[in-house]
Every structure is written in structure tokens, then in C-alpha cells.
Design a protein around this ligand. Structure first.
Ligand code: HEC
Length: 185
């Protein structure tokens, strides 16, 4: 998100919510069917940074949501596989774990549901379908044991578990106790 959007938003909402300033909680809401574990977060982080989840092997989640910067790509619209431009600017992933809905238009309710979208979006990561993604992951040594440790069970390498792991990692991308939070407290 651009700074001016933040300022604009603050300017619009400030008079309305001035009485409701709150510090960010120390932990985001965790869904009961996807508890945080170290193994799952580690797997999710690996997937988040892995460009092999894209058709060309060049684009990862981090390409558009750079967690070494502000959690976005600082571009007016995002650029995916083959240099294709999308229609919207990437929002930051920082603190998306606290949102009640995802995307600019709130069309997806959870991080788990969100994480499956970009991988098979033809403009973003361009994989044909989730079957192709799982086939790709199975061909990469190292992922099978990570999925087994994180999820156990018969056949843990699934689209749902991939999304769960990425969402678990995203729930660590939070910024409690910022200057703002300390002020609000
Ligand atoms: C090519 C760039 C690109 C890639 C790759 C990409 N995203 Fe995004 N992401 C976007 C854009 C653009 C939006 C906003 C789309 C919209 O609102 O319609 C978005 C939205 C989101 C949101 C919603 C945040 C909010 O504030 O509503 C989350 C969370 C997110 N992406 C996570 C991911 C994850 C996880 C991956 C990898 C699996 C990923 N993204 C890959 C560009 C990208």
C-alpha cells in the first residue's frame, strides 16, 4: 500500500473512529482447523519464497509481496509470469492475518482460501491447475518430508495443505508493538 493511501484512509476514518483507536493484538486469530506449528510455518515460508510454484519458475509470492521490503512490490500494478501486468496493485501481506476478508474487494474470507488463487492465476504464477502444482512439488526432493512432518497422515501433499502452510507462515508476518501501537496503548 502506498503511504498516501494510508494517509488518505486515516484522514477519512479518523474523525469517525477517533474514539476507537486500538493497538494491534500480539497474535492474530488462528483458525481451529489450522493451528500454528513450527514445522508448518517453516514449510509455508519455503513455499512462499519458492518460484518453482510458478509456470516459468521465476515468480514466487515474495515477488509481489516482498517481506524484505514493505510486504508488497511498490508497483502501480503487479507483474507476474512472462512480464504480464495485472489489473491491481499488490497490498502488503503484513498484518493480512488480522483482516476479516482478503483482497481489495474482500472477495475471499480467509488466508487459506486466498493462497490457492495466485498460483493458478494465468497472469500471476501461471500454473495450469493444482494437479500440476502438486506434481511439481512432488518432483522436488525435500518437500515430501517437510509435508510429512508438518501434516502427517497418508498423503499430505495436497493443495489444501499447501494453502494451510502458506497461511500459517503469513500469520507470522505481523507488526505488533509498533510506534502506533505503543501510542494507542
Ligand atoms: C504477480 C503478483 C502476485 C503474486 C505472485 C502473488 N500476489 Fe498476492 N496479491 C497480488 C495482488 C495484485 C493482490 C490484490 C488483488 C485484488 O485485490 O484483487 C494480491 C492480494 C493478496 C492478499 C490479500 C491481502 C489484502 O490486504 O487483502 C494476500 C494475503 C496475498 N495476495 C498473498 C499472496 C500469496 C500467499 C501468494 C503466493 C501463493 C501471492 N499473494 C502471490 C499480487 C500477487
Amino acid at each position: 500500500m502506498k503511504l498516501y493511501q494510508g494517509i488518505l484512509l486515516t484522514a477519512i476514518t479518523l474523525p469517525v473512529y477517533a474514539g476507537q483507536w486500538q493497538a494491534l493484538p500480539d497474535t492474530p486469530p488462528i483458525p481451529t482447523d489450522n493451528p500454528q506449528t513450527e514445522a508448518k510455518i517453516e514449510l509455508g515460508k519455503t513455499l512462499y519464497f519458492d518460484p518453482r510454484l510458478s509456470s516459468t519458475g521465476t515468480i514466487s509470492c515474495n515477488s509481489c509481496h516482498n517481506v524484505m521490503a514493505s510486504g508488497d512490490d511498490s508497483r502501480p500494478v503487479s507483474v507476474g509470469v512472462e512480464g504480464q501486468k495485472g489489473g491491481r496493485s499488490a497490498p502488503t501481506v503484513f498484518n493480512s492475518a488480522f483482516l476479516s476478508v482478503q483482497f481489495w474487494d474482500g472477495r475471499v474470507p480467509t488466508l487459506e482460501a486466498q493462497a490457492k488463487g495466485p498460483v493458478t492465476n494465468p497472469i500471476e504464477m501461471g500454473m495450469k491447475d493444482w494437479e500440476a502444482v502438486i506434481t511439481r512439488l512432488k518432483s522436488i526432493p525435500g518437500y515430501a518430508p517437510m509435508f510429512e512432518t508438518a501434516f502427517g497422515g497418508e498423503n499430505p501433499m495436497t493443495a489444501d495443505n499447501t494453502a494451510k502452510a502458506i497461511a500459517a507462515y503469513e500469520r507470522t508476518l505481523i507488526t505488533p508493538n509498533s510506534s502506533y501501537d505503543r501510542y494507542a496503548k
